[in-house]
Design a protein around this ligand. Structure first.
Ligand code: HBI
Length: 363
């Protein structure tokens, strides 16, 4: 049983989009799963998010204001910006006013303000950093918090931590999912799967090149974020056996994904974690991934999938030919052991306990 007393927690969401809009990306699902995981452990959770957010069964405070622009669309030397009537500053003004009702505030925004405000608050602030190093200004301010509050920073993978100079002060939370939403499927069809935003950094063209060599069908799910890139992939591989299957809800995606022989993950950037790898494993689907970023820490070679030399099409082809060596039941078991809500809950309590303990120490 957890030794941590029951905490009253305030979770501040990303300011780039309302929860449920999709604009917030992976962090919408991550925040919801962390909230549920903490509630399951008996803690009290309140979420603060941009107005229009939807979060069934969890106390939600909706804050008006203009959304923040996304950090990944900025250059490394981009200055910090805030729009007029910024939803980010409105959220943190609310948090300042109510902070004494809470034991810990957990920040999910990859933005300068929450980190800058950390020493100004009486209530301890925990930060879940959702991406690797993107801009100098963010690296600097996160590093300052890591320096002054050694337990405050959590990440999703060691690869993500390695992109920062303060890698040794990052708690590896990994991630966690409500696995009851994913059905194990032991009898796949013949096709392979690729899931993600269709954009250059996700490397879809490599998966297409591999299936064109093998003549095995590839089903593709996800938002077409970069139309030019998508057209470029299709025109470069006109005979590849690929089918675009749209952007599905979790319920529909897990149903379709579970029928796949394997998931191919071909990121050209350092994926901080790779949520879709867990979704595949939860359905019994082996994962073939480049040895790069978060997925390389998720796939257990020969047990739940295969890791491939980054950017090697030959490597992908060889791994696909070894798929029959993987027992699909091991994929589901690994997801339950490492990435369930309760597995993540144990890691959350270790992280929060360290923060509460160090906050109560005489300064
Ligand atoms: N950009 N400025 C900013 N703030 C965020 O919180 C943020 C972002 N870009 C992407 C993002 N969050 C989420 O999609 C993360 O899950 C990656």
């Amino acid at each position: 049983m957890s030794q941590l007393p029951k905490l009253n927690l305030l979770l501040l969401s990303t300011p780039v989009g309302a929860i449920g809009s999709g604009l917030g990306g992976g962090v919408e699902l991550t925040l919801t799963n962390i909230a549920r995981s903490l509630i399951n452990l008996g803690h009290a959770v309140t979420v603060v998010a941009p107005e229009g957010s939807v979060l069934d069964g969890i106390p939600l405070v909706q804050i008006p204001g203009n959304l923040q622009i996304t950090a990944q669309s900025q250059g490394r030397d981009a200055p910090i910006t805030l729009p007029a009537n910024s939803v980010l500053s409105n959220c943190w003004n609310y948090a300042r006013q109510v902070q004494h009702q809470y034991d810990v505030i957990i920040n999910f925004a990859y933005d300068w303000l929450p980190f800058y405000l950390t020493p100004f608050f009486d209530c301890p602030i925990a930060h879940l950093v959702s991406m690797g190093s993107l801009t100098d200004a963010m690296d600097h301010i996160i590093g300052e918090v890591a320096e002054q509050f050694p337990n405050a920073i959590a990440v999703h993978s060691l690869a993500q931590a390695d992109t920062f100079s303060f890698r040794d002060r990052c708690f590896n939370l990994k991630n966690g999912f409500d696995l009851s939403q994913y059905q194990f499927n032991s009898t796949p069809n013949n096709h392979l799967a690729w899931v993600g935003r269709i954009a250059p950094e996700k490397g879809l063209e490599d998966a297409v090149a591999a299936v064109q060599q093998l003549g095995i069908p590839l089903k593709i799910w996800g938002v077409i974020q970069d139309k030019t890139y998508w057209n470029h992939v299709r025109s470069n591989y006109p005979n590849a056996p690929i089918e675009y299957c749209g952007f599905l809800s979790t319920q529909d995606l897990q149903q379709a994904l579970g029928q796949s022989r394997a998931l191919l993950m071909t990121p050209h950037w350092i994926e901080a974690f790779g949520n879709v790898a867990i979704e595949a494993l939860a359905c019994g689907v082996p994962v073939i991934a480049y040895r790069r970023g978060g997925p390389a820490e998720i796939v257990k070679e020969g047990e739940t999938g295969w890791l491939v030399e980054p950017d090697s099409i030959t490597g992908l082809v060889e791994a696909i030919s070894k798929l029959e060596k993987i027992d699909r039941a091991n994929c589901r078991l690994d997801a339950e052991r490492e990435y369930s809500l309760s597995a993540m809950g144990k890691r959350l309590e270790i992280w929060l306990d360290r923060i509460v303990q160090s906050h109560n120490l005489p300064s």
